[in-house]
Design a protein around this ligand. Structure first.
Ligand SMILES: Cc1cc2nc3c(=O)[nH]c(=O)nc-3n(C[C@H](O)[C@H](O)[C@H](O)COP(=O)(O)OP(=O)(O)OC[C@H]3O[C@@H](n4cnc5c(N)ncnc54)[C@H](O)[C@@H]3O)c2cc1C
Length: 340
């Protein structure tokens, strides 16, 4: 049995039957066809029990420029590369489109599967294609952006866990297309942080630095504290429902739902994505601690663990949060974290 506490950022001490490191394509052939869990950095998972199977720790590495035009660069990145290291590589090469997603923990393969996003940057906007191996058939397959059916922290491959992502290809721009529109009332906006640390005209690196600064101040560092980032998805509600909620919480914020593939495009304007952290504050969840589990003092959507926390303890804490939100606001919170 292998202890997984150093393989998940919530630091849960679950056990697996065995763990195999995937460093090369040949290592994939050695995996059993059943009962395998593909693991990146474990920054988006909660083990609520032991895993009676094989953990395949994805460590495939390498960054390769496939094609360069006057405007764009097509780059293939192995699935086990650290996401932030790749963002840093891109910024060092003065390539744009990825800088707003600096400092998101995890690997490149998981970034595509979970369609990560932050501060105005979206995985699907720079995604070109990916390569994956079906573990049952050992066949390799390419997935285009259309094949991936990206949604909010969702994709076709998130729903089909037999595919091991081996590499992801991104299209980045040689021209800076800076997106500085991110704004949240209680936290620094991107533009105001940019203005604090630099003078215009802003560069790709300035945006990268500003995002790193905001995230370092607002979110816990998984090297220092047990966490998986936002535990729940921000819920999508009708505009009518949002107006009702605003009567209870006047400074509640909401964002447009365009790009949510599970909502009919014609109906998307009827819905908004609510910033649920503010509603959790209202219910007293920010900075709350029960036993070895709590929420981060700066952000109620972020669950943190203290030494000795078990997966069941975290799950029960999260379920209490969900029940409380359901009771007070009649909203069903969905897990952003993968529960095992
Ligand atoms: C402090 C903190 C802040 C965060 N902030 C953000 C944020 O701003 N935006 C955001 O979107 N997310 C955020 N997250 C969540 C997390 O960083 C992302 O979900 C990240 O992509 C997880 O990467 P990972 O390698 O750790 O994946 P893991 O947790 O190891 O795996 C996640 C899922 O992907 C699957 N998987 C992993 N690798 C592969 C592969 N190669 N092939 C097939 N399946 C695979 C796993 O089986 C699992 O289902 C944050 C997390 C933390 C801890």
């Amino acid at each position: 049995m292998v202890d997984l506490s150093s393989y998940n950022t919530l630091r849960i001490s679950a056990k697996a039957s065995n763990l195999i490191e995937i460093n090369t394509a040949d290592d994939i052939n050695k995996l059993p066809p059943e009962n395998v869990f593909f693991l990146g950095s474990g920054a988006n998972i909660l083990f609520t029990k032991d895993f009676p199977g094989t953990i395949a720790k994805i460590k495939l590495s390498g960054i390769k420029v496939l094609k360069e035009t006057n405007t764009d660069v097509l780059i293939e990145v192995a699935a086990g590369e650290n996401w932030h290291d790749f963002v840093t590589w891109a910024v060092d090469h003065n390539l744009s489109g990825i800088e707003n997603m600096a400092l998101i923990p995890g690997t490149v393969g998981a970034a595509a599967i979970g369609n990560i996003a932050a501060y105005g940057g979206n995985q699907e906007d720079i995604f070109a294609s990916l390569q994956a191996t079906n573990i049952k058939t050992q066949k390799n397959q390419e997935f285009s952006k259309t094949d991936m059916q990206f949604g909010y922290r969702n994709s076709f491959l998130r729903q089909h866990p037999d595919y091991l992502v081996t590499s992801v290809t991104y299209r980045l721009s040689k021209t800076a297309h800076l997106n500085t529109s991110y704004h949240a009332t209680r936290h620094a906006s991107l533009l105001s942080t940019l203005n604090q640390i630099n003078t215009p005209p802003f560069t790709i690196r300035h945006v990268f630095d500003a995002v790193v600064k905001i995230r370092s101040e607002k979110l816990p560092d998984p090297k220092l504290v047990g966490t998986a980032g936002s535990f729940f998805k921000n819920p999508v509600v009708s505009k009518e429902k949002f107006h009702q909620l605003k009567q209870q919480i006047p400074d509640l914020l909401a964002y447009p739902t365009e790009k949510l593939s599970y909502i009919d495009p014609e109906e998307q304007s009827e819905y908004v994505k609510v910033s649920i952290g503010r509603a959790l504050d209202e219910l007293g969840w920010r900075g709350k601690r029960i036993g070895n589990v709590g929420t981060f003092p700066q952000h109620a959507l972020v669950i943190v663990t203290y030494p000795g926390a078990t997966g069941q303890e975290v799950y029960q804490f999260a379920e209490m949060m969900r029940a409380n939100v359901k009771k007070n606001f009649d909203i069903n919170l969905e897990y952003e974290v993968v529960i095992i």
